[in-house]
Design a protein around this ligand. Structure first.
Ligand code: FCB
Length: 445
């Protein structure tokens, strides 16, 4: 087999990783549960999907994978693949439909789910917020308002009081870059704003939410608290100095802002150059609360980006398509970037702190049940990079695949299939794909 030939079986196996390395798979609440069930409140994704042109086919998470009713079958699938852990999220609007008042059914659901994981020997790896903001709070300004971090800490406390005693790990916020920049500057996710002023406030408030939530978790006696940040390997699209500078700024906004704030209590200067005029008053006073001591740091990695300098207002940059093979999302397949970001994160931000790959995976053309060899190839190459990073001294302690199930891929609806398990959205039948079976074999070795 030459290096470039697609791999149809995993070459990497569990025994290539250190003893105790955690293999997991991930989902999130709104993407799989079925938000119409169990008394959950409306979220800003429900309203966003109703706005014409925002979400493919106007799809929403009302039914999704009906995991709310099928969670036992889904946990069985995770355990049968040989995973050690399951990264799931708790929906704020399920637990507190209006963002404040508790819905006991919501807490009961997560209670059952966590017990179900423990009964199957799976480590419950919780994320408190994976993007479905209760609509009531969104109407009061959402992430542009300082009220949100404070309410979020209360939500965290409520969840922690109920299930915190059984969680293996907790992260407050999934992918703060998406919560802030993608949703308030690029306009691609709810609430769909393209406003630098709103984005600057969200960039800070999501950090404060992380810090206050981490504090609330500690106060509730919950340990193993971390963070989950998405990172992209930012490459200049040409060898011009302008594109190099644009790529550096892109990297700082995307991959350094949060790593620096959470681990060092400072924001990168080159981002502040553009955001400072729009930041909330006295933001500096929050930096100590943001930089809570963490037990681990998580990186979600999917792709690289090619950055160009554009004219116009700060940040005056854009991305252009690159030459590498692409996934169904149009994302270039660049496993090398995972290694670059793992090494850089350990060296510049986290030191000896355990790092986890908290998401990695791809959308693949799995509309029928042909073997998803492209997924095996993608995962195997990224796992090999993870293994090599450990050999280089990166304290990588686990690797998580996005996702267990085909699910609601946000603005792209149900068409983009990221699952190890195929979901027929008419019948809700689950069918493990070739990648699931291949991985189960690799994890058993
Ligand atoms: C990540 C999200 C996850 C999913 C994958 C494809 O950014 O955390 O919900 O959408 O991308």
């Amino acid at each position: 087999m030459t290096e470039t030939e697609p791999r149809t079986a995993f070459t990497v196996r569990r025994s290539d990783f250190p003893e105790g390395f955690v293999f997991a798979t991930a989902t999130s609440a709104y993407q799989i549960e079925g938000h119409a069930f169990g008394g959950a409140g409306r979220t800003h994704w429900d309203s966003f999907s109703e706005q014409p042109g925002k979400v493919a086919r106007g799809e929403n998470g009302a039914v999704a994978c009906d995991h709310y009713h099928r969670w036992e079958e889904d946990l069985d699938l995770i355990a049968q693949a040989g995973f050690d852990g399951y990264r799931f999220s708790t929906s704020w609007a399920r637990v507190m439909p209006d963002g404040e008042t508790v819905n006991p059914e919501g807490l009961d659901f997560y209670d059952r789910l966590v017990d179900g994981m423990l009964a199957r020997g799976l480590k419950p790896m919780a994320t408190m917020y994976h993007w479905e903001l209760p609509e009531t709070l969104a109407r009061r300004g959402g992430w542009t308002s300082r009220e949100i971090p404070e309410r979020f800490a209360e939500f965290t406390r409520t969840v922690a009081d109920r299930i915190g005693d059984r969680l293996w790990s907790v992260a407050p916020v999934n992918e703060p870059w998406c919560v802030a920049w993608l949703s308030h500057y690029l306009g691609q996710h709810a609430p769909g704003l393209t406003d630098l002023g709103a984005a600057a406030k969200a960039m800070h408030h999501v950090c404060l939410a992380h810090g206050l939530s981490a504090q609330a978790l500690r106060a509730a006696g919950v340990g193993n608290v971390g963070a989950v940040c998405n990172m992209e390997w930012a490459l200049p699209a040409s060898d011009s100095p302008e594109d190099a500078a644009a790529a550096d700024l892109y990297d700082a906004i995307y991959s350094r802002w949060f790593a620096s704030a959470f681990n060092k209590g400072v924001y990168p200067e080159i981002v502040l150059d553009g955001l400072a005029p729009h930041m909330p008053a006295n933001w500096q006073d929050d930096m100590a609360a943001i930089a809570q001591p963490l037990d681990w740091f998580g990186i979600n990695y999917y792709t690289c980006s090619r950055v160009v300098r554009t004219g116009g207002e700060w940040p005056a940059l854009d991305t252009v398509p690159g030459p590498l093979p692409k996934t169904e999302m149009g994302w270039e397949i660049a496993p090398e970037g995972l290694g670059v970001l793992l090494r850089r994160t350990a060296q510049d931000y986290t030191g000896d702190l355990p790092i986890y790959v908290t998401e990695n995976g791809l959308a693949h053309d799995d509309h029928d049940l042909r073997p998803d060899h492209g997924r095996i190839d993608y995962l195997d190459r990224h796992l090999a990079v993870a293994r090599d990073a450990i050999a280089d001294g990166v304290p990588l302690a686990g690797y998580t695949i996005w996702s267990l199930l085909d699910n609601y891929e946000w603005a792209l609806g149900y068409d983009k299939r990221f699952g190890l398990v195929h979901v027929d959205f008419d019948t809700q039948a689950r069918t493990p794909k070739a990648s699931y079976h291949g991985l189960a074999r690799a994890l058993a070795e």
